[in-house]
Design a protein around this ligand. Structure first.
Ligand SMILES: C[S@@+](CC[C@H](N)C(=O)[O-])C[C@H]1O[C@@H](n2cnc3c(N)ncnc32)[C@H](O)[C@@H]1O
Length: 240
């Protein structure tokens, strides 16, 4: 298990949470208390936006970072929601869930240090009949490979001066972003993804009984961020 994320804060940008909620909502059943799980929910803003649009939903937010979960609970409390929320602190792979209608996860699958089969078996086990897993994650491409190469190089020479230079570049590029949020993202600038979407990743999903229904392009918010897309999987025994 990678414990590095336990101490890290990652505050969602409001526009990013709105964008993710709008992409996930069409898959969320309405008119019944569907169970929605956000794996690596961060500060919970996407889950909250979904809950506001689907008031009957039962929402579960999982995250390794307790500081993120504390903010998530606070955001939900301030919004006057809360009864339909449960927060789980820890590694997704070791948590126990009741069958979910939707499991979504933005920018997290590539951070989990586990064999793809283990991740997909867990996802399949957590989905109820007809359940879907929506995975927003980076994919195999020349651009992403170049960016990963840069990150590997940065990791080798990382020191305080390098952090300061990266932060200065970020402040120049995103002058309107709060400095704290730029600082939170510094750690992620050095992350080398452990999983990427591609033929191999999808093959593992198929082997584990998840059918890929569609792929959805994802807006990129920063040139330093790996390009993502959303993969929509359904449990094979319920796919038509
Ligand atoms: C890049 S942030 C994305 C947060 C949120 N999904 C968003 O888009 O705003 C990655 C999040 O995944 C969490 N995380 C990383 N590995 C995890 C794991 N194995 N289980 C649960 N959460 C994890 C981190 O603590 C962090 O909050």
């Amino acid at each position: 298990m990678n414990t590095a994320y336990r101490e890290l804060r990652f505050s969602a940008r409001p526009e990013a949470a709105r964008y993710a909620a709008a992409a996930v909502l069409p898959y969320v059943p309405s008119g019944r208390p569907a169970q929605i799980v956000d794996v690596g929910c961060g500060t919970g803003d996407t889950l909250l936006a979904i809950a506001q649009a689907r008031p009957l939903a039962r929402c579960v937010g999982i995250d390794m970072s307790e500081v993120n979960l504390a903010s998530a609970a606070e955001h939900v409390r301030k919004a006057g929601s809360g009864d339909n929320f449960r927060w789980v602190a820890g590694d997704y792979l070791s948590c126990t869930l009741s069958p979910a209608d939707i499991i979504f996860s933005e920018s997290v699958m590539h951070l989990i240090p586990a064999d793809a089969h283990i991740i997909f078996r867990k996802l399949k086990a957590d989905l109820g009949p007809g359940g879907k897993a929506l995975l927003i994650m980076p994919y195999e491409s020349i651009g992403n490979r170049l960016l990963i190469g840069v990150r590997r190089a940065l990791r080798l020479v990382r020191n305080r001066a390098m952090d300061a230079v990266l932060l200065w570049i970020a402040r120049t590029l995103y002058p309107k972003w709060p400095i704290e949020e730029l600082r939170e993202r510094l750690e992620y600038m050095y992350v080398v993804p452990l999983n990427l979407d591609g033929a191999e990743w999808r093959g593992h999903a198929k082997d584990c009984g998840l059918v890929l229904l569609e792929t959805v392009p994802w807006k990129n918010t920063s040139f330093t961020k790996l390009r993502h897309r959303m993969l929509v999987f359904e449990r094979a025994d319920s796919a038509r």
